[in-house]
Write a protein that binds this ligand. Structure first.
Ligand code: AKG
Ligand code: FE2
Length: 279
């Protein structure tokens, strides 16, 4: 197939009508086949304590928990491989997940948009409502879902960045690899995104297959080089249109930005000092 300039919708239509699905069961959520029992139980309970029972807050604002069954991880990797094979054979021009990756595939582009919407609405939003309310966690209503592939023959690492999301779900699918640790360096608003990291904000994490990491999109992070093997993971950038609208009119982001919090405390300290001086 010749490389044509297609709109996103045209591209999706072309993919949907041409690519043969490998595992049809991946395209609709079947909780008991996708998730581990502890995760399903916590979602069914839908209480803060229930979530805390399965989620470890490994560093402030970074939650880690067991989420996906090994068989689901394998099927999803095979599905992406199948799609990539078709892309390669037909020389079809696809969009990569973001400007930082040369490899990886947008799951929404080959039929998984509805399934991922449900994953966000029924599973990630209830958790985000509890742990990330100040960044629109309870009103997540859009997503960008993709798979990334790292290794010597793929992308090697990922630079320091913030995501175009309010809440990000990052699940390791496999395969076997060494290296590829995630590093986190504190939450910042747009204005403070390049400010210094405080020592208590430094957090490095080694991902394991089936395990999920959930964090605010504004939590600065990156991924170190995958030294051997292939590291493949599922990313769901969850967005809230309500939060994005509100953000336009806000100046102070001290509800989540550590630097805004520091500035606010400093302003309060100065006004208390000024009052004392007047007295
Ligand atoms: O490689 C990873 O696990 C991190 C990916 C990531 O941060 C992103 O895609 O936004
Ligand atoms: Fe990211």
């Amino acid at each position: 197939m010749l490389a044509k300039c297609l709109s996103k919708d045209q591209m999706r239509m072309e993919i949907l009508s041409s690519v043969q699905r490998l595992h049809a069961e991946l395209y609709t959520i079947q909780a008991e086949h996708f998730f581990v029992p502890s995760f399903i139980k916590a979602i069914d309970e839908n209480t803060e304590q229930g979530f805390r029972n399965i989620m470890k807050e490994a560093s402030p604002g970074v939650f880690v928990f067991e989420m996906l069954q090994p068989r689901f991880c394998e099927m999803l990797m095979a599905e992406v491989e199948n799609f990539e094979k078709w892309v390669h054979e037909t020389k079809f021009r696809i969009m990569r997940p973001n400007t930082m990756n040369k490899y990886g595939a947008v799951l929404d582009d080959f039929g998984m948009e509805t399934m991922l919407d449900k994953l966000m609405e029924d599973f990630i939003r209830p958790i985000s409502k509890v742990f990330f309310p100040e960044v629109g966690g309870s009103t997540l209503d859009a997503h960008h879902g993709f798979v990334l592939e790292y290794g010597m023959d793929r992308d090697v690492d990922l630079g320091f960045h913030v995501d175009d999301s309010e809440v990000t779900l990052n699940v390791c699918l496999g395969k076997q690899f060494s290296g590829g640790e995630l590093f986190f360096r504190g939450v910042r608003c747009d204005k403070h995104v390049n400010t210094e990291t405080q020592s208590e904000e430094v957090f490095d994490y080694a991902h394991l297959p089936g395990r999920a990491v959930l964090h605010r999109g504004r939590h600065r992070h990156g991924a170190r080089a995958t030294i051997s093997g292939n590291r493949i993971n599922l990313l769901l950038w969850c967005r809230s249109s309500v939060f994005r609208e509100l953000r336009k009119y806000q100046k102070d982001f001290s509800s989540y930005c550590t630097e805004c919090q520091r500035e606010r405390k400093e302003r309060q300290r100065q006004s208390v000092a000024a009052i004392k001086l007047v007295r």
